[in-house]
Design a protein around this ligand. Sequence first.
Ligand code: MBD
Ligand code: FE
Length: 287
Amino acid sequence: MPSQTLDPYTASVINATGPKTEPRTRQLFASMISHIHDFIRENKVTVDEWMLSVDLINRIGQMSDERRNEGILVMDVLGVESLVDAITFDVEHEEPAAGADSAGLTKSCIIGPFYRENSPVYKNGESIIQKELPGGDTAVVGGYVRSSDGSPIEGAKVEVWHTAPNGLYEQQDPDQPDYNLRGTFYTDKNGFYEFIGLRPTSYPIPFDGPAGDILQLLDRHPYRPGHIHFLVSAPGHRRLITQIFDARDEYVENDSVFAVKNELVVNFEACKDDRAAYQVQYDVTLP
Ligand code: MBD
Ligand code: FE
């Protein structure tokens, strides 16, 4: 950011930064202050508008606890979490130079506001459905976790979570048992994991807070395509946070949080055995 183009007042705010500040912190705050000041000047933001923004920020904090991260939700409807994810990880997936191998890494996706640590550990093939709720179709979901050279990763930790057919994660819903539709699985010696859950349904993100207020102000719908979250980690590999999306979901091209990537869209097919209604194979390659 060339300093001669900076407004003198903005420059004085940035230059108040002391010498002990880390270079990266200094750079990020200088840039952020400059963008916010420009935004305010360009739009002639009024005191009333600024107070509404502060109120919104305060309500984000008041609504958030370890079970609901409203800060993430607001960033999601503004497209920020998906942008940070793309900036951080998608560069690895750019076309390889001619002759070079593609790393073939699995695409990442945003974590969203509803992850919980320490979900119950199940054996491969077990069900994460603790309580049947009306309207759900069961699905066997499984696949192989590999490193980028193609070798199977044994003992990779695969955490999964998704909503119930009523569109609620268990922590939003007093009618669901603790940790319903969440589970932790470990891959076997072939790198294989497998669980039984539900074919996910499209659902509205919670709109009873600041994120919902923003959607309403912007005349937008709150729906996300049905999805299953994955967090895959293994010693010696970078952890992968991702989601898979149901190809036949009506919102797959119209996600309220802009998270869908083509590579993450899967087909739920009729299950070949009697364990579930649907099945899907989802293999993962870790960097
Ligand atoms: C969700 O369930 C979700 O996964 C994201 C990313 C945002 C809002 C709700
Ligand atoms: Fe989700």
